[in-house]
Design a protein around this ligand. Structure first.
Ligand code: HPA
Length: 248
């Protein structure tokens, strides 16, 4: 079974033949919403809307631990996260897609680990390569077969939100080596690693990051919706090919 976590612009997977929805409770509380089960190209899929079905949960308030725990309980072969981001690198313009390979975490105050119990031995997970290479390869192959252009690799800067960044903050992120900026990539990726999940992300550029391109004097928020709607058609196409080329 594939697990897909949908972000802004992808609260539902319209290409999914839905069989049922299930509420799963976890030791960490409830996930963002019920899990939706169904089939995509004859493969079993479980879908979770990260911000809730009504898109009401802001990035800092998402129960990432419950979300990943619930998905892990279903033993998915891969977890594919879809996330909208701002583009920092000049060629990453609105509508483009990136399969990131690195992360810098600027978030704070989130529940970011399962290893914080008093009675557990201290546990450190390796996070040198934060995304699963096998899941990334599957996404790259699916994109190729779907004939959709994606950038292979990029550094994802995870910011706290819910406000967008200042232009100076984006300049700093660029000096740090970031190519894209979003608010939900962490702690999602690290929790997936702690659970041993094969997890990777498709980042959809929703806007030029603050101070860049057409966002020089402000991010045109009204335009983001149309950009995402258009880009999610490409994402769905890729997902269909990813699940059908899996196992070949
Ligand atoms: N910054 C942070 N998160 C985002 C952005 C952005 O510009 N666009 C979409 N998610």
């Amino acid at each position: 079974m594939f697990a897909i976590i949908g972000g802004s612009g992808l609260t539902q997977l319209s290409c999914l033949e839905i069989s049922h929805r299930r509420i799963i409770r976890t030791p960490y509380g409830e996930p963002s919403g019920p899990l939706t089960f169904g089939k995509l190209k004859n493969e079993d899929i479980v879908f979770l809307a990260r911000h809730g079905l009504g898109h009401t949960i802001p990035p800092h308030a998402i129960n990432y631990r419950a979300n990943l725990w619930a998905l892990h309980s279903l033993k998915p072969c891969h977890v594919i996260a879809v996330a909208s981001v701002g583009g920092i690198r000049a060629d990453l313009t609105p509508g483009k897609l990136v399969i990131p390979d690195q992360i810098i975490d600027y978030t704070y105050g989130r529940n970011f680990t399962y290893f914080d119990g008093q009675e557990q031995p201290v546990t450190h997970v390796d996070f040198t390569l934060p995304y699963s290479q096998s899941t990334r390869n599957l996404l790259l192959r699916g994109a190729k077969e779907a004939n959709e252009a994606v950038s292979d690799g990029g550094v994802y800067a995870a910011t706290q939100g819910p406000r967008l960044e200042t232009a100076a903050e984006i300049n700093r992120l660029e000096r740090d080596g970031a190519d894209i900026v979003g608010m939900t990539g962490m702690p999602e990726a690290t929790l997936a690693r702690e659970l041993g999940l094969n997890y990777a992300a498709i980042a959809v550029i929703a806007n030029h990051a603050a101070g860049r391109g057409i966002s020089t004097n402000g991010i045109p928020l009204k335009e983001i919706y149309a950009v995402l709607e258009h880009a999610m058609v490409k994402v769905r196409n890729i997902l269909e090919h990813v699940v059908s080329c899996h196992g070949d």
